[in-house]
Design a protein around this ligand. Sequence first.
Ligand code: CP
Ligand code: NVA
Length: 317
Amino acid sequence: MTNYNLKPNHRHFLDISSISADDAREIIEKAKMLKKEAADQNHSKGSVHPDAPLQDQALAMIFEKPSTRTRVSFEMAMHQLGGKSVVLQNYDMQLGRGESVSDTARVLSGFVDAIMLRANSHEALLEMAETSTVPMINALTDFSHPCQIMADVLTFEEHRGSITGKKIAWSGDGNNVAVSWIHAAVLFDCELAVACPKEYAPLEQVVGWAKNNGGKVSITESPEDAVVGADCVITDTFISMGDEDAEKRLTDLAPYQVNSALMKNANEDAIFMHCLPAHRDEEVTADVIDGPQSVIWDEAENRLHIQKAILMWCFGK
Ligand code: CP
Ligand code: NVA
């Protein structure tokens, strides 16, 4: 990957691995506090925080791929914190007609205080971050999905207490979401067992990075082994946005489906998470995702609470 010259004074949120463990923890605790405060004070979803901590801030959100949760949670997070957001789809921007990402970043930096990007390529995110003079947020790339996994850590801790020392099992494609889980395993000091076919293993550079940084990350081809002793079992779609070989993926990854037989190998009180959108009876059976161990709706709602904390961290609040 190109070694981009990122400005150290910028509070970019590009990956969980690009911030410190203390900052990652601060974001989780801030999200818990904001969520509790909103519940205690019975805030309605359209209301603005009485202190409007982001009242002077504006966020541009660029989407090169579809989104439901990320788009709405960031837009509502900015609204609830008193800020302004602008949603941009690449096909109705000059970006979609070939204007360079670096020129786009430079121009937007003159209009807004932060830029969030859901990009086809991680390289584009890094290129934009290099040119942007305001903080950049990774809202999913082909490489990683850090905002999602910060919400997952928050969700885990709400249900099972501190994630430190706990075991998380991933069964399925070693994709962008799995990569951010590997980053999180290092920063939050939990164990992560990833089960996937060899061809679908997370990038070696990421696994190597985790091992070099003391991460307890293992990769196996056996989902049954991965889930033993797990406090949480996770999967994601077998066909991510941009994947082309759909039929082959469904066939190759079918043995990694999370179903009730697999959940029985995990701890009795293990929770099930999925970033959504889900495909019932592909990567997970309906009885698991809609069953008592599933915490997917809390996980989805927590995108809102964690986005607030990520935004406040980016703005130094
Ligand atoms: N989990 C997630 O990022 O969902 P969206 O694609 O709907 O934003
Ligand atoms: N791995 C999925 C996550 C969607 C939120 C994708 O990239 O499409």
